[in-house]
Write a protein that binds this ligand. Structure first.
Ligand code: NYM
Ligand code: MG
Length: 218
């Protein structure tokens, strides 16, 4: 008898949208047979380079944005077979950020400087094509007022008000709003309300069939 494969669940959102808290909550609620994978995964050698980029105090970065974008994607690819193995073994996998963060943040970063070429959505999505497509996808939609009120905002690269505003705009442009797997969540609500909606949506989602891979993201 073959076992049902696990569900691949994605939670995306801006910085300070409550994403990591909700990922922890959902992982706990789904039980011991669940794996949480956070992107960027800063523990791998590629993740170390990403962490240095995000936490660097200097604006004069040696890394080109193109190479950083490819490293963020490579960080997903280096975990792709592990994620698939968990799902095949019947374990649910919760993703904290994935390809949409990859596209949205690099899109805005490439427009934040007047001295370089902006990167197109066509170019930005290519490195992630072929990755596993989530079975259930949530975007935590947080208001700007609530986002800045939350502790810790502003510690890392990209955590600036203006930048986040632009990232929110592009997220809303690229999110698969018509897709039945996609759920827009009001992230200004209480932690408990949000975690209940997320858990109930995941529990009600149909048993996934064959694996689906991205052939086009935006
Ligand atoms: N980020 C995250 C990217 O720029 N590209 C990506 O592909 C991913 C997965 O990293 N500000 C950015 C968004 C965040 C930052 O993520 C760190 P987190 O979830 O705050 O650790
Ligand atoms: Mg952050």
């Amino acid at each position: 008898m073959s076992i049902n494969r696990g569900k691949l669940i994605l939670i995306e959102g801006l910085d300070r949208s409550g994403k990591s808290t909700q990922c922890d909550c959902l992982t706990a609620k789904l039980g011991a047979n669940t794996v949480l994978v956070k992107f960027p995964d800063r523990t791998t050698p590629i993740g170390h380079q990403i962490n240095a980029y995000l936490t660097s105090a200097s604006d004069a970065k040696n890394d080109s944005l193109e190479s950083m974008h490819l490293l963020f994607s490579a960080n997903r690819w280096e975990l792709a077979s592990t994620i698939k193995a968990h799902l095949t073994a019947g374990r649910d996998v919760v993703l904290d950020r994935y390809v949409y963060s990859g596209i949205a943040y690099s899109y805005v970063a490439s427009r934040a400087s007047s001295t370089r070429q902006p990167l197109s959505l066509d170019w930005l999505q290519v490195p992630d094509l072929g990755l596993l497509k989530p079975d259930v996808f949530f975007f935590l939609n947080v208001s700007e007022e609530e986002q800045v009120r939350r502790a810790g905002f502003g510690e890392e690269l990209y955590e600036k008000r203006e930048f986040q505003r632009s990232v929110a705009d592009i997220f809303h442009k690229i999110l698969p709003k018509g897709d039945e797997t996609f759920h827009l969540i009001d992230a200004d609500k209480s932690l408990d309300e949000i975690s209940s909606v997320i858990y109930e949506t995941v529990a009600a989602a149909p048993q996934p069939g064959d694996f689906q891979y991205y052939i086009k993201i935006v």
